[in-house]
Design a protein around this ligand. Sequence first.
Ligand SMILES: Cc1cc2nc3c(=O)[nH]c(=O)nc-3n(C[C@H](O)[C@H](O)[C@H](O)COP(=O)(O)O)c2cc1C
Ligand code: SF4
Length: 488
Amino acid sequence: MSTFPILRLGTVKDVTRFQDHVHALGLTIPCDSEIARGAESPPRRPLARGEIKIGNRIAVQPMEGWDGTADGNPSEHTIERWKKFGRSGGKLIWGGEAVAVSHQGRANPNQLVIGKHTLSGLAGLRKVLIEEHRRTTGSDEGLLIGLQLTHSGRYCRPNRHDEPEPRILYHHPILDRRLGLSGEHAVLTDAEIEAILEEFHGAAKMAQELGFDFVDIKHCHGYLGHEFLSAHTREGKYGGSFENRTRFLREAVQGIRAIAPGIDIGVRFSAFDSVPFRPDPAQSTKGKLGPGIPEEQENLIPYRWGFGVDQSDPRKIDLTETIRFLSLLEELKIRLVNITAGSPYYNPHIQRPALYPPSDGYLPPEDPLIGVAQQLNVTRELKTRFPNLIFVGSAYTYLQDFLPHVAQAAVREGWTDLVGLGRMVLTYPEILWDATEGNAMQHKRVCRTFSDCTTAPRKGLPSGCYPLDSYYKSSRLAERLKAAKAKQ
Ligand SMILES: Cc1cc2nc3c(=O)[nH]c(=O)nc-3n(C[C@H](O)[C@H](O)[C@H](O)COP(=O)(O)O)c2cc1C
Ligand code: SF4
């Protein structure tokens, strides 16, 4: 474990103690002591803005699968996950999971792909989700379902789990080294980017034909869309100025509206970032990772490889361009915005705060509640500046049993419009539904952030919650995960 004590939230039995703990850490996290029910509950309030109508404030975050078939179709595991999305009772399904616009753009050989050959498989996912949703809530009224479209860029691994095939926009002094890329590694040409844009346009058209209400043009977590935003050092029309770095987004939107008029567009983006972190070698022993420390960046100032970071000290947040990006979304008449941060590959404690690291990560360098508070507070600041946009907030899972208390306060106080559920959906999708119905909370199903759902796919195993999912518990996969972790 970490070299400093972290209070395990699983041992905190009541909300007052949780509030005291947050206070003791010097954090600002909204948290109600009592949970309201039914129509009285802020997370159960419908939302209507312009043409967009969403039946409640519970959103399901995209949760990528590494369990599709070789040709990019859903498998039984994928179907089970989408049923959970529906079972949550959330009226906004933000993307389901990252679906690659081409085989080459896949983050792993089992990622879903959108193409003619996968249409009926994807239609099936949407169908089971709606069926399960009706079972929980009684109706599919106010249900808005999007599909997250992605190209994995620097993190492409389309053919083999152990064979990265990075498609980069520029050379990054730290991330290139991590991926073993030489200065000769080719960057995507403008013509190749234009071809990828056409894939996005075609994918959105197919999503529309499948009945999805919107597509998310993914701009987060280090994948291609996100890399454009930090392409300060790239030459040509897709790099350098803010205008050039957002050209990909603008051309994606323009093409989608031309080919699929009427489908809505959303953008999930990493609103801030930090330099990459690594386990502290001084505190790592064989088989045991140390806490994360930032990579050395003193010789890289001004830091020109990040978005939403202070170039004079990239460990700090700077929202100047983030705000400009949101103004651009408003200009483009995009209302659906999902705020996330950082990347699971190089600073997971910022992106998905957890008590336990994924096996190739590092121990939390700080109390994970700090990462939660950071995402909540940034979302609040952005929401205050852009009241007309519809915001989904991220990183609520680490709150565990107190997620409903924080979710209620965050919506009630206007910190966000919708509360997004990520990892919790894999273990206890109905957490907010139960809380707001007045059903007994099922504490044993609460995600304790063991990170196996991140580790397993990186070891080439299907995603899922190994500790808590009955399917995985009873299968040989859990043993394979144990063996894979032991080898680390
Ligand atoms: C197994 C796993 C898969 C994920 N897949 C995606 C994805 O496909 N697209 C995406 O934007 N974020 C993805 N995320 C990030 C989550 O949507 C979410 O931002 C993150 O887990 C933090 O939220 P939480 O604290 O509620 O889990 C994934 C996270 C995990 C753990
Ligand atoms: S493996 Fe299960 S308990 Fe662990 S972080 Fe993922 S969803 Fe949560």
